[in-house]
Design a protein around this ligand. Structure first.
Ligand SMILES: *[C@@H]1O[C@H](CO)[C@@H](O)[C@H](O)[C@H]1NC(C)=O
Length: 439
């Protein structure tokens, strides 16, 4: 289908990025790179940067220390710096007037320098509010740097000056996640009530849906706690493990649920066909890979080793999963059309057909919105409002859950009985019309 192809293309163009700033430990080993980016952070007017450098060594005995140092730079001003270097105005990024110098190694005490390796701490208040990247510049060719860097960036909040390790644009996220988790716990209550009331028409898939919502709610709760812990302390301290576990379970069950609903399992038939089982056998292992990739991406930060590779792995796997889950829905639509022609129950089949077509469109919209629109939002919004893209993604997800629950809820009345001859005739007319258009 043309729409599927369009989705694939858009997904390939998409890169989903998250910025969580934490205290980071980075090991640099005999690194000849002239520019080493560390981490990104959204500062407010009360930002602080702490650097603790240990085991600093150079590959040559007495390097020109003025050409080594840390600086902060926004993405826009980095382009100016590159332009200046290209124009020959400056030879080293540290000389540019577009950067904020944090620490020039020249300021390190001379005596210390004699005894390598050595260590030092640096405290740097930063009062310019914007999204900055911490960068190390090594403007001496052939000199390789070895050092362990602990970098911590935070803002001081309110009058009490408590540390806030979350970037300016995402500092409200703990509250956002918590609110959404409450909404999902509400949905769980509604769903349990519904299952209880319509006990006689509850299928296995309805209990599976309950499991999916429970996992989603727990996932959000852990994410709220994880983010709030990072906000307060700068490190995740175990909550991230719980969060990853629930993310993993939620990812697998959600994709499985979409496939199961798509195949019509328990609504249309009590078993799965071989090709439908194959889809599950592709999607579930791929979700495992996607979750591993997500953990590496989150833990290493955008400038970590292999970050780009894992990002690509994640995107590829995500695209394959998103496409794979559409096939069962397409197969079901096809089967329903054929059934409508042969078994003479046109009205019932048309109802189901409409439902599955709607579901197909909604799944595509959900995938498109959470992957492409959210990414676009993330790119165009200012660093201060990064949380809005998270809210948009969560709202879309919520809408998707509600739509799925509402349309595939346990039904008390049996649609096979409540249809009169007029409806039956109208339905077969419409199916005939559709067939003509198809040919
Ligand atoms: C790192 O440096 C900061 C600023 O100088 C200092 O306050 C802090 O105690 C240091 N931390 C460690 C672990 O050395």
């Amino acid at each position: 289908m043309a729409s599927t192809t369009a989705i694939i293309i858009f997904l390939i163009l998409t890169i989903i990025s998250t910025t969580t700033a934490e205290i980071r430990f980075t090991k640099i080993q005999s690194d000849p790179r002239p520019i080493i980016p560390f981490d990104e952070f959204g500062f407010t007017h009360t930002g602080i940067l702490e650097l603790n450098i240990t085991n600093l060594q150079f590959s040559s005995p007495n390097p020109d220390l003025t050409k080594l140092g840390f600086f902060l730079c926004t993405r826009d001003s980095w382009l100016h710096v590159l332009q200046q270097i290209e124009d020959g105005e400056i030879t080293c990024a540290l000389q540019s007037n577009f950067i904020t110098q944090v620490l020039n190694f020249n300021s390190i005490n001379n005596k210390q320098q004699q005894q390598q390796p050595f260590s030092f701490n640096h405290f740097f208040p930063h009062s310019v509010s914007d999204q900055f990247t911490l960068v190390f510049a090594n403007c001496i060719p052939q000199v390789k740097i070895t050092m362990d860097v602990r970098s911590a960036m935070y803002n001081l909040d309110g009058r009490s000056k408590t540390r806030d390790y979350l970037s300016a644009g995402i500092t409200v996220l703990p509250r956002v996640y918590f609110l959404f988790s409450i909404v999902y716990f509400g949905l769980i209550a509604v769903w349990v009530y519904m299952l209880y009331k319509k006990k006689l028409t509850v299928f296995g898939i309805h209990l599976f849906m309950l499991a999916v919502v429970v996992l989603k709610a727990l996932n959000l709760l852990c994410e709220a706690e994880d983010k709030s812990y990072i906000k307060r302390t700068g490190s995740a301290h175990g909550w991230d493990v719980l969060f990853y576990i629930f993310s993993f379970l939620k990812g697998i069950t959600l994709f499985t649920l979409i496939v199961l609903i798509g195949t019509g399992w328990s609504f249309l038939k009590p078993y799965l066909q071989d090709k439908e089982k194959k889809v599950l056998m592709i999607v579930i292992p791929l979700q495992v890979v996607a979750n591993i990739a997500q953990v590496v991406i989150d833990e290493s930060g955008p400038y970590g080793h292999d970050w780009v590779t894992w990002k690509q792995v994640f995107l590829l796997v995500d695209v394959i999963c998103c496409c794979a889950i559409l096939f069962p829905i397409v197969w079901s639509i096809k089967n329903l059309r054929e059934a409508a022609r042969t078994d003479g129950k046109a009205a019932v089949n048309l109802m189901k057909l409409t439902l599955f077509r709607q579901y197909y469109v909604v799944v595509i919209c959900y995938i498109y919105f959470t992957r492409v629109v959210v990414y676009a939002l993330e790119t165009i919004t200012s660093y201060k409002y990064l949380w809005t893209s998270v809210v948009a993604a969560e709202l879309a997800t919520l809408a998707f859950y509600v739509f799925t629950g509402y349309n595939f809820k346990p039904e008390a009345h049996n649609p096979y009985l409540a249809i009169d001859d007029d409806e039956e005739e109208a339905a077969s007319e419409q199916l005939k019309l559709e067939d003509e258009f198809e040919l």
